[in-house]
Write a protein that binds this ligand. Structure first.
Ligand SMILES: CC(C)(COP(=O)(O)OP(=O)(O)OC[C@H]1O[C@@H](n2cnc3c(N)ncnc32)[C@H](O)[C@@H]1OP(=O)(O)O)[C@@H](O)C(=O)NCCC(=O)NCCS
Length: 188
């Protein structure tokens, strides 16, 4: 196939492949304070993209079957919203974190908490977890529990910092991965 010389690269010779076009510039990381708000149905595609971005970073570290369940399709996420209440953190109108809390049997279960890797250690997860605790309090529950993978030590430090107590360890609970149990009993 004849390749046209690229008019913007005068040194390109005929029959030589054109130099690769400049890669698309990634958007600059959003800055400023994070704003926490309840997730709506129209946010679902962007939130699913955030799940994918976060969990793609764990390929090779977590079992593939687990990664599959951790990255929901928009349809799966939509059906999950029937029982789970989600709050998201936005910066410059981009989603940088999400938390999901499910209220059942008089207690709250934090089922999801994640923050964009580029936005960590700025207090976003703390804000999100606090939103989940406030929601659970508002829903009149007596305690909130969470079950991070034992290898997720950052999450465990976060829950301890938020007043959660470690109450147990489930061996090989999820695809051969140990899970730790944390609870926070709410003052009423
Ligand atoms: C865990 C996670 C949500 C923390 O998000 P984050 O926005 O960086 O956390 P914050 O900045 O709000 O941190 C709050 C506190 O948590 C603890 N913490 C957070 N990240 C930590 C880390 N890498 N190492 C040790 N402690 C950590 C600290 O006590 C921190 O307070 P400090 O910054 O004043 O020391 C994030 O690392 C993540 O998405 N991890 C992958 C998914 C995951 O583990 N989810 C939890 C499943 S239940």
């Amino acid at each position: 196939m004849a390749i046209q010389p690229n008019s913007e690269t005068p040194s390109a010779k005929p029959n030589e492949p054109a130099p690769p076009s400049a890669p698309e510039k990634p958007l600059p990381a959003p800055s400023g304070p994070a704003v926490i708000g309840r997730l709506t149905h129209q946010d679902i595609p962007a939130i699913c993209a955030l799940f994918k971005k976060v969990w793609d970073g764990y390929r090779g570290e977590l079992p593939p079957e687990m990664l599959k369940t951790l990255v929901p399709t928009p349809l799966e996420f939509t059906s999950g919203m029937e029982t789970v209440t989600y709050f998201a953190a936005r910066k410059d109108n981009r989603f940088v974190g999400v938390v999901g809390v499910e209220v059942a049997h008089g207690s709250g279960h934090i089922v999801t908490l994640l923050v964009d890797p580029e936005q960590r250690r700025q207090g976003i997860a703390r804000q999100l977890a606090q939103a989940a605790l406030d929601w659970a309090h508002h829903a009149n529950v007596n305690s909130v529990w969470v079950d991070p993978l034992a290898k997720f030590t950052a999450a465990q430090s976060l829950f301890r910092a938020l007043g959660f107590t470690e109450t147990g360890l489930l061996h090989r609970r999820m695809w051969n991965e140990d899970v730790r149990l944390f609870e926070r009993v709410l003052d009423r």
